[in-house]
Design a binder for this molecule. Sequence first.
Ligand code: PLP
Length: 395
Amino acid sequence: MAASSQDVASSWAREDLASLQARGLRRYLEPLESPQGPVVRVGGETLVNFSSNDYLGLAASPSVRAAAIAAVERHGVGTGASRLVMGDTSAHHRLEARLMAFERAEAVLLFNSGYAANTGILPALVGSGDAVFSDALNHASLVDGCRLSRARVVVYPHADVDALAKALAETPGRRKLVVTDTVFSMDGDVAPLRDIVDVCRAHGAALMVDEAHATGVLGARGAGLCEELGLEGQVDLRMGTLSKALGGQGAYVATSRVVADLLISRARPFIFSTALPAALCAAAEAAVDAVETDSDLRPRLWRNIRRFSDGLRAMGLRAEPRSAVFPVVLGEPERALDAARRLREAGVLVKAIRPPTVPEGTSRLRFCLSAAHTVGHVDLALESLRRVGVHARGA
Ligand SMILES: *Cc1c(COP(=O)(O)O)cnc(C)c1O
């Protein structure tokens, strides 16, 4: 009897899973038994959580929850269609207007996720005959957006502006687009954005930045690195997420009206995917309100960032207080998994990050700080790291 097609796929999966397992690269799900927050219940244990991107503790905050609930009552849950068909609501337009003011942008367009934004925007702007220049440590969604665009992709060494300038000068292309994270998601460092802006201008290239880990974290008003550096008007496309510091789901791009109009007609994840639920738009609006009006939120986050950074340095680890993300690079996957296991026994939840999320040989613990952490939580993480005797690679 011939094997069913189900058996064929299952045999492929068994083979590939065994290989992942042998290399310490298999991944497992682990459901939360509590709301998102600085302290969570998982696997029957109560742990202090250092692996969420909920940097301001807004994911379960009362004002954000209330806004989502009110929007469900008003609009229902599902949007029923893409925005271009029947899924467009007043909540989407209100949020876009709110984000235009927050980002000081002529136009803002929402996407269903940061992943959808990045894989949609790049192919809408460039194609074959064009060239994209992408930082070596850019997020996977930008990498995939580059691949989908069919433009020639030039990966320049991480944060190396001279190499970028050289590549821009030497690479032919009808259109040239430079794309970079502003805060790098697995390292927490910051792109040399002023210099990148200058190099783009010198070469007539457009610039797109991904502020996923900067929105709500950097800048005097919390609008990101472009705001911090006063570069809002000099970056063609500024992508931000609603899913990290803003505590919800979805993403947006702040750009010119004409670019937003092109994306509406051409970005495939915008056109061919059901609109973001109105509840998530309303939740994001409440989160932006909190970022702008709660004068305590970002100071609390930055107090924690500085305390953690000082503590890591006191242990001889490399650390810069530049964002809420702190890697402790350990090397091989098993070392990171083992360190995560031992920290967990001390009550600290921090996930091991392994390839392909990070380059081979740089598996790490990645600590994410939140405004919702207490000083005691931060000190527990530091004390546990000390006790577990984590020795970073190269430290
Ligand atoms: C998380 C992340 C994304 C994806 O955003 P989602 O809303 O989670 O899909 C994109 N870019 C960067 C740099 C990220 O860290």
